[in-house]
Design a protein around this ligand. Structure first.
Ligand SMILES: *Cc1c(COP(=O)(O)O)cnc(C)c1O
Length: 380
């Protein structure tokens, strides 16, 4: 029996009221008043010029690939240790992933290995701020400028995290957020495209509205709308935006609850980690993290599996994370080979994520901590 889940969706209490308002409104399809409110909230809280809600982070990444005109023959640099969404976004357009290894400390793309992978065909770098800890963006943006390639931030983990004081998702020309139920802020399924270069504004609206200029028509800027580009249906219902709006309005409360849970794990597991040869997450001084997850790097694959089953025996769910993309069935089709990304291959086998969710009670967390402390690594 599961006593403590890995994740439990959280509601602030305002969601139902907002959904009632949305239902009573003259329209609750996409781009209603709650969607507008979410756009404003994101733009103002992040200090950016444009945010567009999407049906998922995956779809925001697809929009990014379309906006960058990524196509057949192009190459895109991506860490092997990430979720498949970003890779699919450009593989769907006919481009090829070029997998780069990660740094052993933050598990983010290893910026020192990017430049050697750039060729005349490289169109973009799609990176992820793993666990909401920023990538080494100064170095990465300098490389991107030098080679005239775009940077897309998959910021599914990192909303309100910062790198050198700048919010994650505001550093590259395009960034994607996720509001999937496992993320810090949620509406079940949802996402957003953040646009930090206004040259993309108008086309992004068109791609999101089935390749039409309907957004301009609704604003009264044109008197009819028509098919002007490729596109799809990337805008969520205003009912979902109503739910999300309640979450974004409570961002400080949600983040402070998560901060407290994260800090409790770090404090209470420090000495256990030391005696058992376990590594806790590393947050470099230039990064303010988003408190998205708490992971452990175990001394071996066997120790990781043993901890997961020890916790499962006590009704506590703990889970591993990404399998290296270059060794996945799709990655192999793009030429991935064992040994290409040794740090990814090693850490993916040893990482385990502990139960971590907004609204986790202190007694639930104490049970997880006690259960982890009762586990002893054989090798240590
Ligand atoms: C969750 C996640 C996604 C996918 O988000 P959806 O909103 O479910 O499409 C993409 N990238 C990363 C890094 C994620 O964690």
């Amino acid at each position: 029996m599961i006593r403590i889940p890995f994740n439990r969706p959280y509601a602030t209490g305002d969601e139902l009221d907002y959904i009632r308002v949305a239902i009573a409104a003259p329209k609750f399809s996409g781009d209603g008043s709650f969607t507008a409110q979410c756009h404003l909230l994101l733009e103002q809280s992040l200090g950016i010029q444009k945010a567009l809600l999407t049906t998922s982070c995956t779809h925001a990444l697809e929009m990014a690939a379309l906006l960058l005109n990524i196509g057949p023959g192009d190459e895109v640099i991506i860490p092997s240790f990430t979720f498949p969404s970003a890779t699919n976004a450009f593989v769907l357009r006919g481009a090829k992933p070029v997998f780069v290894d990660i740094r052993a400390d933050t598990l983010n793309i290893d910026e020192s290995q990017i430049e050697q992978r750039i060729t005349a065909h490289t169109k973009a770098i799609f990176l992820v701020h793993y666990a909401g800890v920023g990538c080494e963006m100064d170095t990465i943006m300098a490389i991107a400028h030098r080679h005239q390639i775009a940077v897309v931030e998959d910021n599914a983990h990192g909303l309100y995290g910062r790198y050198r004081g700048h919010y994650l998702g505001t550093l590259g020309p395009l960034a994607a957020l996720s509001f999937h139920e496992t993320k810090n802020f949620s509406c079940g399924e949802g996402g957003a495209l953040l646009i930090n270069d206004e040259q993309f504004n108008q086309r992004a609206e068109v791609l999101r509205e089935k390749g039409t200029d309907r957004s301009r028509f609704f604003r009264g800027e044109i008197d009819k709308y028509t098919w002007i580009d490729v596109g799809s249906s990337y805008l969520p219902s205003d009912l979902l935006a109503a739910f999300l709006c309640a979450q974004l309005e409570h961002r400080e409360q949600i983040q402070s609850m998560r901060r407290q849970i994260w800090q409790t794990y770090a404090r209470e597991l420090a000495s256990w980690a030391k005696t058992n040869g376990v590594r806790l997450p590393v947050v470099p001084p230039e990064c303010d993290q988003s408190y998205h997850m708490f992971y452990l790097i175990m001394p071996s694959f066997e120790a990781r599996q043993a901890l997961i089953s020890h916790l499962a025996g006590l009704g506590i769910l703990a889970v591993f994370h990404y399998l290296p993309l270059h060794l996945s069935p799709m990655g192999l089709r793009f030429g991935g080979r064992q040994g290409d990304c040794p740090v990814t291959e090693d850490l993916a086998d040893r990482l385990v994520r502990l139960a971590f969710f907004t609204g986790m009670s202190s007694s639930e967390q104490a049970q997880v901590i006690d259960a982890v402390r009762a586990f002893h690594c054989q090798e240590a």
